[in-house]
Write a protein that binds this ligand. Structure first.
Ligand SMILES: Cc1cc2nc3c(=O)[nH]c(=O)nc-3n(C[C@H](O)[C@H](O)[C@H](O)COP(=O)(O)OP(=O)(O)OC[C@H]3O[C@@H](n4cnc5c(N)ncnc54)[C@H](O)[C@@H]3O)c2cc1C
Length: 369
């Protein structure tokens, strides 16, 4: 039912506009309010806080189905749900959850989550943005970059340094609202793909935040962020899965329609075998992703499994969308067909929420423990 609902919504409200949003880098805020009405902005949030109260299997289905149509909308929905909203859900106190979750879950408020900085991406533990205590307040200074919804987000969860550089217990998470003096958005990135998903800097300049805005306890920020990413990576695997499914279906359809040498190109073994490989890889990515989601639903440790799902599904998305362009031939290189967009969007999946190399670091550490 969720898949059908998302497909129907996407066909009516995303598909007709997605190339304009892509070309003009428009972040369609109104669409996210509509997605909120469908429960897709608070998928994992319990109903008592205004969410849909679903688990990871429904969440994977929703993200994959959105991304099958448009990866950049899938990325924004994933970042909003898994990062900002889920961080507050997992580590916020009751008052914070009651205040922030209902508007986030309804899509009235868009969430951002800031870990990455210009000089520390994979090496986030070496971040420099700092919060210095001043009585009941913390004064934040520094810059976060590549932040999804950095400009349009009304609420941002940021992880900043409150202790020594390099100390994993020296970082703390705060929730900061748009309009707080000293908190502003910086440059919006002009990107290869995922162009309807807004990516921008967050700038903190003597930004005073009351200690009641702290999520959990001082010094827990980095550990919280790693736990948030364990779940977030399942959503990036779902995003990759959806892009791969969309690219595969477009290629399959086209291979039956396009004739060369007096027959559909699907009759050539070179094309048919490519389609067979694409379908097999997608099936494997799907199984890994749903398995990670199932473990997460059962409250099990998922660092390794979510990293495996994210690593595999995102590399599959890149390979399948590359094959899709190839099957479309010259038309795949034009904007008249969806192949080139899948190809551009897919690449983000091997970078965001930890690159493929960082997933291998997580997996190898777990198996060598
Ligand atoms: C569209 C988009 C949206 C994003 N949204 C968010 C967001 O909402 N919030 C947020 O906090 N961040 C966000 N990011 C940032 C993203 O998580 C980082 O870009 C990513 O973690 C990589 O960091 P980096 O770009 O600094 O690359 P670097 O860390 O500089 O990596 C460069 C290369 O070196 C490799 N490398 C680094 N360390 C190692 C190692 N130990 N072993 C092997 N290879 C290594 C990497 O794999 C990569 O190939 C977003 C990024 C993009 C592009």
């Amino acid at each position: 039912m969720i898949a059908e609902m998302v497909r129907d919504f996407g066909t009516r409200h995303i598909k007709p506009h997605m190339m304009t949003w892509d070309e003009e880098q428009i972040f369609p805020i109104a669409l996210f309010r509509q997605l909120g009405d469908l429960g897709l902005m608070g998928v994992l949030v319990p109903q008592e806080y205004g969410g849909a109260g679903f688990g990871y299997l429904e969440y994977i289905t929703a993200i994959a189905e959105i991304s099958r149509i448009d990866g950049s909308i899938g990325l924004s929905v994933a970042a909003h749900n898994s990062l900002c909203t889920n961080h507050i859900l997992m580590f916020g106190n009751e008052a914070q959850k009651r205040h922030y979750l209902p508007p986030l879950a309804s899509g009235q408020s868009i969430g951002a989550w800031g870990l990455t900085e210009p000089n520390t991406g994979s090496d986030a533990g070496n971040m420099r943005t700092v919060a210095v205590r001043d009585g009941d307040y913390f004064v934040i200074n520094g810059t976060k970059n590549f932040i999804t919804h950095g400009k349009s987000g009304q609420v941002a969860v940021v992880i900043v340094r409150t202790g020594a550089v390099g100390d994993s217990r020296g970082m703390t998470a705060f929730v900061v609202e748009k309009g707080t003096p000293g908190f502003s958005a910086g440059k919006k990135e002009n990107k290869l793909g995922m162009r309807a998903s807004e990516t921008a800097e967050l700038i903190f300049s003597d930004c005073r935040v009351h200690r009641s805005q702290m999520l959990g306890n001082e010094g827990e920020g980095f550990i919280q962020a790693m736990k948030v990413l364990d779940g977030g990576r399942i959503s990036i695997a779902s995003l990759a899965l959806g892009i791969a499914m969309g690219a595969f279906e477009a290629a399959l359809r086209y291979s039956k329609e396009r004739h060369q040498f007096n027959q559909p190109i699907s009759k050539f073994q070179g094309i048919a075998f490519k389609l067979a490989d694409m379908a097999t890889k997608i099936e494997a990515a799907k199984l890994l992703t749903y398995r990670a989601g199932d473990l997460k639903n059962r409250g099990r440790e998922v660092s390794k499994e979510s990293a495996m799902a994210k690593l595999f599904a995102s590399e599959v998305a890149v390979e399948v969308s590359n094959d899709c362009v190839q099957i479309f031939g010259g038309y795949g290189y034009t904007k008249d067909f969806p192949a080139e967009k899948y190809y551009r969007d897919a690449k983000l999946c091997t970078i965001g929420e930890g690159t493929s190399e960082i997933q291998k670091l997580v997996i190898s550490r777990a198996i060598l423990r």
